[in-house]
Design a binder for this molecule. Structure first.
Ligand SMILES: Cc1ncc(C[n+]2csc(CCOP(=O)(O)OP(=O)(O)O)c2C)c(N)n1
Ligand code: SF4
Ligand SMILES: [Mg+2]
Length: 351
């Protein structure tokens, strides 16, 4: 645990509401390529956790396999981490959260980890409303294994070798909404303001958050013809709303025009504010969200923003009615394990 030494009388370093400096939310030095979108996402996670005053020791950051799945090593060293088998982060996250409901879980995955090998685990995670922040660091390729197309690559996108993708992409946001995730959006690693607001809302949300963050791979997918390059995203990004977030510990009387802004009160009393831009859009309407994504897909748009939010649906933990006072991880064996006698009776039945 690190604490910065301050000279007597000198102004101390800036701290958040739980007395920690931003340095205490940092991780190891990144080994990802310079300019990789995943590094920018780690920066936004560090800032969001610091600004929300989250206790690092109550955070778990599971991931799968890939450059994206290495990213948790580069933020929040004081938190718990687990690199699962490729595409199998959801089951590790589910186990951890059922064993200790007090944890804040930020699961980091890649588009390959999620939409290719991990799609089976992903769809079952999305239908449970487990309180997890699931981030896809989406570059459209398998970066770690040298740039093959993943299942989120757009139709017609070109590899460096000139090969064109002839399969339609899986829209992970549409899939997550349809299956039951309760806060779903898409952002861009280079959009600091929008991504920060969405991450803070994600921390306040009690349910499954699925954020697809387009995160260019500078080494294998940043060339002319790629639809996940920095240039392409900057030229084609269409922002759905102006996303802002007012945490519960700040003055919520910040002025806003109710005619142009949808205000969503989160579980902890924080506010997610979605100010309309060009479209009249209601992010609390699930059918409307699916229609929007289907239409935007037809038009070939790169739409970002909060597509769907339901801040009142019961989480998986609530539905299971787990003890609020003692987490499963801390219960004595007498309560969590069948007695010798009970096991003997079961064995007897099986004879
Ligand atoms: C079971 C298994 N199959 C295949 C691999 C090889 N592999 C490692 S990472 C990866 C894809 C990673 O792509 P993505 O999740 O998009 O992450 P990125 O590197 O692009 O951030 C693959 C296929 C593996 N490690 N384990
Ligand atoms: S290969 Fe691509 S995804 Fe992997 S670290 Fe480099 S830029 Fe990032
Ligand atoms: Mg990838």
């Amino acid at each position: 645990m690190s604490s910065t030494t301050v000279e007597p009388g000198a102004a101390g370093p800036k701290t958040n509401r739980i007395g920690l400096t931003v340095i205490e939310y940092k991780g190891g030095k990144t080994t990802l390529c310079a300019g990789c979108g995943h590094n920018a996402i780690s920066e936004r996670i560090i800032e969001a956790m610091y600004e929300m005053g989250v206790e690092p020791e109550f955070v778990i950051k599971p991931s799968g396999i890939g450059c994206s799945s290495k990213a948790p090593a580069y933020f929040m060293s004081r938190s718990h981490a687990f690199n699962a088998v490729h595409g199998r982060m959801p089951s590790v996250a589910t186990g951890a959260l059922l064993a200790n409901r007090k944890l804040i879980c930020i699961g980091v995955s890649g588009d390959g980890d999620t939409a290719s090998i991990g799609i089976g685990q992903f769809v079952h995670l999305m239908r449970r409303n487990l309180p997890i922040i699931y981030i896809i660091e989406d570059n459209g390729v398998y970066g770690l294994t040298k740039g093959q197309f993943s299942a989120t690559a757009d139709l017609g996108s070109k590899l460096k070798s000139g090969v064109l993708n002839d399969l339609p992409p899986i829209d992970t946001c549409a899939l997550a909404i349809q299956l039951g995730a309760t806060l779903v959006g898409r952002s861009f690693s280079g959009d600091k303001r929008q991504l920060s607001a969405m991450l803070k809302a994600a921390i306040a949300h009690k349910g499954t958050v699925m954020l697809d963050v387009v995160s260019p791979c500078v080494t294998f997918n940043d060339h002319e013809g790629s639809t996940k390059s920095y240039k392409y995203v900057k030229e084609h990004e269409e922002t759905l709303q102006d996303v802002s977030f007012v945490p519960h510990f700040e003055d919520i009387n910040v002025e806003y025009d109710a005619g142009s802004t949808v205000d969503v009160t989160m579980h902890d009393g924080s506010h997610l504010r979605l100010r309309k831009l060009d479209r009249d859009y209601d992010a609390t309407n699930k059918v409307g969200a699916l229609q929007l994504l289907a239409e935007s897909h037809e038009k070939g748009e790169m739409l970002t923003g909060v597509f769907y939010v339901n801040a009142t649906a019961p989480s998986f933990i609530e539905q299971l009615n787990l003890s609020e006072t003692t987490s499963l991880a801390r219960m004595p064996q007498e309560l969590t394990r069948p007695s010798r006698q009970a096991l003997d009776e079961i064995m007897e039945e099986l004879r």
